[in-house]
Design a protein around this ligand. Sequence first.
Ligand code: WTA
Length: 654
Amino acid sequence: MVEKEVERAIEALLEERRTFEPPEGFAETANINDASVYESAAQDPDAWWASQAERLDWFQKWDTVLEWDAPHHKWFLGGKLNAAHNCLDRHARAVPDRVAYHWIGEPDDERRTVTYADLHEEVCRLANVLKDLGVTKGDRVAIYMPMIPELPAAMLACARLGAAHSVVFGGFSAESLRERINDAECKVLVTADGGYRRGQVVALKQSADEALKETPSIEKVLMVRRTGEDVDLVESRDVIYNDVVPQASSECEAEPMDAEDMLYVLYTSGTTGKPKGIVHTTGGYLTGVSSTHRAIFDIKPETDVYWCAADIGWVTGHSYIVYGPLANATTGVLYEGAPDTPDWDRWWQIIEDLKVTVLYTAPTAIRAFMKQGEALPAQYDLSSLRLLGSVGEPINPEAWLWYHVNIGGERCPIVDTWWQTETGMIMISPLPGVTTTKPGSATFPFPGVAADVVDNDGQSVPLGEGGYLVLKEPWPAMLRGIYGDPERYRATYWSRFPGMYFAGDGAKRDAEGYYWLLGRVDDVMNVAGHRISTIEVESALVDHHSVAEAAVVGKNDPVTGQAIFAFVTTKVGIESADALGQELREHVSRVIGPIARPRYLLFTPDLPKTRSGKIMRRLLRDVAEGRPLGDTTTLADATVVESIREGASASDDG
Ligand code: WTA
């Protein structure tokens, strides 16, 4: 009985009644405006992906589109190409003066305009320097840099030589860097003296020096002078980029790579403490990211100014700041700093100045902007925008609508894109010229992507029901493994449901087949035998006018299994008080049903987040359980958890 009520209430919450068709005029000029692409791609996925691969420049064409050999599928066998050649050489020839990146530094509104000719030249010189430092095809190179143009240049220089890069996000600690360097046995590290973030200098070289005390594989360090701060230099090891790269030859052949040669490794957290080195290869990856980038962001390379506001240190930056956009000859924006520096209007200023047409960001950023109110973006001319994107977590309908109204001026389609480090490319998303969107839903799998929602036994669930998100057929940009650990690869992704890739996410399809992502399955609570997703409760809380952000975890409970524990951040100027706590509980109870009413509720000035903006529920669970805190090194601000812990204890409704 109760269960049915809950189901219905959740349904009502998720099925935000408004739907949004592609705006008038958008479909006519859209890169894809014919829904038949779904059917034709499903009927012959190999032919569809081959047609997408043909948009690239191959030194030698493939013999076989797909060799199906789970879990080690291979794409475009026999084909040879080079990722840097595809991202640079052909555009430097055809459109040398087109801007590849408008770069903006955090302090003083520093600017650099990097054309395709410039970037091509820089990458060739840099590749020659890396060669001199001993890098050859098949090596691994670690990159630990701020968001400056030398970062994509370093990635592409590796790709040019056939060395795999391992970018470690500049916000990671020395220890995280060391662990990653050692796991992949990197030979060279490319870094910078430092970078700017929130008005502070981040001393990257100093952390790198710390890391390099125990990294036997590293032979040389190439350091960009960015901040000019004093750094220690190790004479036999360290080389200054600014001294050697401008002198190097600008002639450098791009190494012909097999389609299945490794392009990069990128580390991501798993369920254990040891990060997983996700391996991506060349031909399939480049096909997947360029195809999805063009179709989903409707890219018109001649006119668009595209801004993916992620950090290149995460997969979103790899696929949708570097490889996808450059393969498509796109003009992009690269911004070094934080959205609130010097003030919360920095992004809107940049959009007005550069006439940005496409913005791709994360729900967490959108909610941070919501917290500041709509007056800030309203002061700027954002009319150049024509498309908005979201990635990284489920977007709650309220944030979706705020984005739509206050940033998109009610004229821009929103693409909510679901994917993972492992998938390499966007897997579920609207096609902006085809799909009628529903706020909060990522809508449908991309053409050629075979997603499904299954129950515990791997059986597809009927429309209207929830379960586990799986991928039933290979896709070109899929991970090819976990670096050095084939067993973990098999166990993590391919053992839960035989023959299927298990994404670790819960999802639900509504009666019309729209996908609604429900968060990681490990974030799903079980309260008195009822499954309740943390996101559903969070969404209900954020739906309340006083709430800026909320995070919900399950706290162990001897009677009900788990009890709902909510951490709530109120909007600026709103007093957190017991009365509000009760009101919020009532609100959730009203929106979802009494079963979802948070038992514990704690007001907190901030939530602990990773530097990519993901709420660290693991830490919140530790706080909820009163356990010693686990690893906090990936936190953007490590003091947050302590202050939550020291703050008022949660009010108990039970
Ligand atoms: C979550 C980021 C809902 C999901 C590209 C996934 C999303 C994890 C969405 C991967 C979305 C990403 N809606 N959830 N649009 N996009 N996620 O590897 O839980 O950093 O498994 O890749 O983020 O995070 P990752």
